[in-house]
Design a protein around this ligand. Sequence first.
Ligand code: PLP
Ligand code: COI
Length: 361
Amino acid sequence: MSKFPILAQSFQFVIAYKPMDKELDWSNLSFGYIPTDYNVRCRYSNGRWGEIEVSSSEIINMHIAATSLHYGQEIFEGLKAFRGKDGKVRIFRLEENAARIRSSAEGIKMQPVPEELFRKMVIEAVRLNARFIPPYGSGASLYIRPLEIGTSAQIGVKPSEEYLFIVLVTPVGPYFKEGFKPTNICIMREFDRVAPKGTGRWKVGGNYAASLEAGERAHKEGYSAVLYLDPKEKKYIDECGPANFFAVKNGKYITPASESILPSITNKSLMTLARDMGIEVEERHIPIEELAEIDEAGACGTAAVASPVAEIHDLDNGTKYIVAKDGQPGPITTALYNKLRGVQLGEEPDIHNWNTIVEGI
Ligand code: PLP
Ligand code: COI
């Protein structure tokens, strides 16, 4: 049953069929962009959202003075569709992403995409690209990337009057090439990705631009991600590159409470699954020094899923926090990862009603 009312919009098709050159190697996909058949678009102008358009073009035409190009009016989302054990296609927690992109839009004065429009376009993008949904058992999934941009011309710094909302999809493998194997991450005080009361709580493109220099330096030195500290005091853990951070300490799941991090839907799901398993959950400040007392740690997000952390190196003072003492993922991280994957793949009952099943594909 749809959680949203049916939209009146009909679809306009702009079609050029693209055959898949060769069969994809589903089990060895990286987290990269692979062209698919269609994307789905909708424009906002004259105070209303227009018709949904299905396009086979990977290109957009845009005004050279568009606010997204000059003043960063760009927001996006990330969610996944999975081919399950029973052959059905499930999209994970679509309503949560619809709510978060609304919050992001309000945060930087963009026109919010109505939840029912978001839902309809996401489902349609998945349906139209069904042949790119990786098979069950491959470990891969169809990554769904909705994005919204300000398109009208402004030279004064003010919000756009027109917007374009696009949903594109691409099949992906693991975000960290190591997959579900512990990797090292690092603390680097030279860069913040967001300001204390800035845009970190929203999924704004500029946050990611601000993380590129630190991210590239970290990768060059062999780290999978940067563990950001709170930008105000640099005393507490904030988040881990494009993912939230969690740790396990004395059997409890602990994760930062912070106004400068993105409210991760994966983290929220892991917290619920942890409570279901009888694991206590604490959302609170985590001082850096507490890293010396944790038994497990992970980076969690749609792309990262729940990626275990081996060691955390503080590059400014040389401290090394050895988290995975035996180099293996910890038992609670493993149990939570398996449970989450199980729900997404239809191997476990979906008791919280998180999945939207896409019928007929
Ligand atoms: N934090 C940041 C900065 C992210 O980019 C992401 C990815 O979306 C997350 C956390 C994880 O959020 P989610 O679990 O909703 O994908
Ligand atoms: C996601 O996990 O969906 C993200 O958006 C992270 C991405 C920036 C790679």
